[in-house]
Design a protein around this ligand. Structure first.
Ligand code: PMV
Length: 346
């Protein structure tokens, strides 16, 4: 009997310190500027891919629910690449679970496509190096390329597919930073980030954000290198404000801030005045990521939990990149996909 074409991988989402917004080429998610992030170790997506000669179409199951249309189409983009490059023209079951609430507005596409790229290539018998894997994950969602390498990561924008990939700047244990995520609204977004990247170029200040990006990137690299929290706080907040300024001034205008978002921004600045190592950043949503050094993490978490305008607090530290998971640890995923267990796992 031929070996089973199955593999399982997991990956973390990441939080950008210097943001990606807008593309030079939307087709392949070639970004307008380079970006820097770190992986969020507490939050994980685990994905099982099984290529199956008995299937007559691809299947996608996320958190126990079959998915069709747009999410399936995005997954099929990665599967199509894998089929073409491996020569294994088979349909696949893709069974994925997140340990963090998707409805909390924490983007799961980065961890999802990083885990999918690794699991699908491995299931098809391919061995991609980190750079090739990062490029493949990028096709699913730009920021997913940053969830492939370990720790603190830079995605060099590049000018074509081959040179647009992410790499590790520093390993996860280099700096014990925490991300305390204050979920202030779980309402679903009116536009996807895929649409948002297209709107970016309609903002009259996107060019200024992009032109100034090399300066902020270097500022951020230096702050990380020197573990200089004050410098990091300044550049991270500046970059988040530039991102939201572009969003707010694009057509259509994207205004993600809720009253609680702004209240938390003020609170973080107040804490910083009192000497706390805290800084905020925001993605395409109203939730506030509060970065802090480990000595302030407990205090920040407790303060956030006590606030009536915060619905939920999630915490994470710098994490590893995408990695394989032995199939015998994935029995629950086979079950969720109604798939028989491979004979050697019975
Ligand atoms: O990878 P996407 O298409 O989900 O875009 C991510 C965009 C931001 O989260 C707002 C910024 C970033 O660099 O992660």
């Amino acid at each position: 009997m031929p070996a089973m074409l199955a593999a399982c991988a997991e990956a973390h989402p990441n939080i950008a310190l210097i943001k990606y917004w807008g593309n030079r080429d939307h087709r392949i998610n070639l970004p307008a500027n380079s970006s820097i992030s770190f992986n969020l170790d507490g939050l994980v997506t685990r994905t099982l891919v099984v290529f199956d000669p008995h299937l007559n179409q691809d299947r996608l199951v996320i958190n126990g629910r079959e998915r069709y249309r747009e999410p399936l189409k995005r997954v099929q983009r990665i599967l199509a690449w894998v089929r073409e490059h491996s020569g294994k023209y088979l349909y696949a079951h893709v069974i994925s679970v997140n340990n963090f609430p998707m409805e909390a507005g924490i983007a799961s596409s980065a961890s999802a496509f990083a885990a999918l790229a690794l699991a699908a290539t491995k299931a098809a018998g391919m061995h991609l190096d980190e750079r090739a894997l990062s490029r493949l994950a990028r096709l699913g969602s730009g920021s997913a390329c940053r969830s492939v390498p370990d720790g603190f990561v830079e995605w060099r924008a590049g000018v074509r597919d081959e040179d647009s990939y992410a790499f590790t700047l520093f390993p996860p244990e280099y700096w014990d930073l925490w991300d305390c995520i204050a979920v202030v609204s779980a309402a679903s977004k009116p536009y996807s980030s895929k649409e948002g990247h297209r709107f970016a170029e309609t903002s009259p200040i996107q060019w200024a954000r992009v032109t100034d990006a090399p300066r902020r990137l270097e500022w951020c690299r230096q702050a990380l290198k020197n573990r200089d929290f004050q410098a990091l706080a300044e550049v991270v907040e500046l970059d988040a404000h530039l991102l939201h300024a572009v969003m707010q001034t694009s057509t259509p205008s994207l205004l993600y801030w809720e009253p609680a978002t702004v209240a938390l921004m003020h609170q973080v600045r107040e804490w910083r005045k009192q000497g706390w190592n805290v800084a905020y950043t925001l993605d395409a949503g109203p939730n506030v990521h509060i970065l802090c050094t480990s000595d302030f993490a407990m205090r920040v978490e407790q303060e956030l939990q006590a606030r009536p305008d915060v619905q939920q607090v999630l915490t994470a530290r710098p994490g590893k990149g995408a990695r394989l998971v032995p199939l015998d640890l994935c029995r629950d995923l086979f079950r969720q996909g109604n798939l028989p267990l491979p004979t050697d796992l019975l």
